[in-house]
Design a binder for this molecule. Structure first.
Ligand code: BEZ
Ligand code: FE
Length: 294
């Protein structure tokens, strides 16, 4: 009995691989993704003429990325973030027709279960020594400018020293996090401390990659938000701190000029009294526009 042996090599790659996956993969979307992945992967290997040492180094790098993951740390998401892939997937999937507030990355520090607060309170449970007090306020609107009553605004941020509550054993749980329900006027207001720039985690293989590529790990200061309301698209976004020196080089490629908030010194004594603020403070006004769910 003679068996036809297939010849695989430079001449028929990636065609032979594409034919096999194209013929056998049943799910049409999986097929589309696999064929594009194989095409680009083979083109990449050919383009850079990858050596065996480089290929093995890449395998060891991806192994280390996997080994760094546990229930608290997701090094693969960090890899995706620092390669700009998370921001690209976010952009493709959240087009807002130039009307709705732009989305940006969720990041790894969101936790459910933040305290529910009434409007006007402070989300600071333990203040940072050099923290600058800030009032964040504005409206949650639909695309016609009407208030979105009943929207839930979830906010979380790092301190003025650049740490999230779960990164700092001296911070109470959910410090600098809170949930607010928007009333019929669409308005929100809360007190916090001005977020500072901070470095993404660099104690794993992604840190080694950034260092090898001469990239810094810093993100400009920002407040994170998830805003949800029945009948509207979920908005996952930030308000970035204006004049932050990393606004033009975010380590995870997630800045957008429309999301920069202007922190301005505020001398409104009546507001300070109403919000129980002592000493100087800054204020940011920022409206969010939600798009109707498709
Ligand atoms: C953050 O904003 O918290 C973040 C986003 C992506 C990677 C690391 C941190
Ligand atoms: Fe963040």
């Amino acid at each position: 009995m003679s068996v036809n042996v297939k010849d695989f090599g430079m001449d028929n790659m990636p065609m032979a691989v594409l034919e096999e996956y194209g013929a056998k993969t049943k799910d049409p979307r999986l097929k589309e993704i696999m064929l594009a992945l194989i095409t680009h992967l083979h083109e990449f290997v050919k383009e850079v003429q990858l050596t065996e040492e480089e290929w093995f180094k890449a395998i060891m790098f991806l192994t280390a990325v996997g080994q760094k993951c546990d229930d608290k740390r997701q090094e693969f998401i960090l890899l995706s973030d620092t390669l700009g892939v998370s921001a690209l997937v976010d952009s493709i999937n959240n087009m807002r027709e130039g009307i709705g507030t732009e989305n940006t990355v969720l990041g790894p520090f969101y936790e459910t279960g933040a305290p529910e607060y009434p409007m006007g309170v402070s989300i600071v449970q333990k203040a940072t020594e050099k923290g600058v007090t800030a009032v964040i306020c504005g409206k949650v609107l639909d695309k016609n400018g009407s208030p979105v009553s009943g929207a839930v605004l979830d906010v979380w941020q790092s301190s003025s020293e650049g740490l999230y509550h779960m990164q700092d054993p001296n911070m109470p749980e959910h410090n600098l996090c809170g949930r607010f329900t928007i009333g019929a006027d669409g308005e929100y207001i809360f007190v916090t401390e001005k977020p500072a720039a901070y470095p993404i985690p660099t104690d794993g293989p992604v840190g080694v990659m950034l260092n090898a590529c001469g990239r810094h790990p810093w993100r400009p200061g920002h407040l994170h938000f998830i805003i949800t309301a029945p009948g509207y698209d979920r908005l996952v976004t930030h308000i970035f701190t204006n004049e932050d020196k990393y606004l033009d080089s975010d380590a995870v490629f997630a800045t957008k000029s429309s999301l920069v908030g202007e922190y301005k010194a505020c001398n409104d004594e009546a507001l300070a009294k109403e919000l129980n603020i002592e000493g100087p403070f800054e204020k940011v006004e920022f409206d969010f526009v939600l798009m109707s769910a498709k």
